[in-house]
Design a protein. Sequence first.
Length: 345
Amino acid sequence: MTTSDSIDLPGEIDPDEPPRRRRGFKIALVGLIVLAAIVAAAGVIAAKYMFDLRDAYEKRTVVQVTRGPSDGDRPEDTEGQNFLLLGSDKRSEEEAAASGITGQRSDVMMLVHVPADRSGVYFMSFPRDLYIDIPGHGKGRINAALAYGGIPLAVTTVENYTGVPIDHVALIDFDGVQGLVDTLGGVDVEVPQDFEIDGHQFTEGTQHVNGEEALAFVRARKNFVDGDFQRNRNQQALLRGIAKELLSSNTLSSPGRITEAVESISPYLTTDDALTPSAIVDLGLSLRDLRTSDLHFLAVPHGEPFMTSGGASVVATDEDGMDVLREALKNDSMGTYFAENAGKY
């Protein structure tokens, strides 16, 4: 395990646990991978595999998340738990120079809410160009927070904007996602329309993709009329595909396959230092009955794209819509919110 000024992560088990609980822990590890790679559940694996998993975790990077003096107070604790998932893609030097930002940017940003009753998991995507306040830097694109101040500032920015605390955070490099998908033997995604990118052809409907194709799928933006908004939906489609494969009988019946999945992603993974082995196991056990149908995906409220006075293309906020979401997060009523707002943005 390596430490960083910017994040940390997971593993414990009883070999005598009944089969249902063993399934639970496997789901917990799924949660780790998906939380780390993007998302989802939890459970129990045989103790003899734990050492292998711990060794795999040692490849991760750990960071401590703190607030700066100008960041304001952290939002009060609420019911349920909130996780921040960040995905970072490599950029060329030309792209970095053109953006005026030389640090790492989060091309994927999702707020994940787990209700106190563990009835489901809600994944909410932020448009990467959402124009909001970044503590210490004024107005800017939300994905620039990671470049300006690493994971701590990204967490603070989202906490200030949503009004709820972030309990844990995980950042994964896109290369790790490619390795994870290949380790799983590929995953199924729902393709919204026919398109081609980087030599890869995608056809509308369900398509099985390998790691390289998965990266092309989630990077595609200019192929769609609504650009980045459709890319967010594609990213969610890939997460759904990964979660479905991780929760499949093929994976749940093979602890070794889970270990391979963790090993494939750990070198590209950074998490907060509070996401300890015991924390991930506790989460896993609490989510042991979770199914893919209990994973809900949506977008945070936002306005239309516009140009700033400086000529930057950004996405406006929707404060009225955000106030409704903030209230649902604080009151732990995301089930009702999802029923009323899914597909609205």
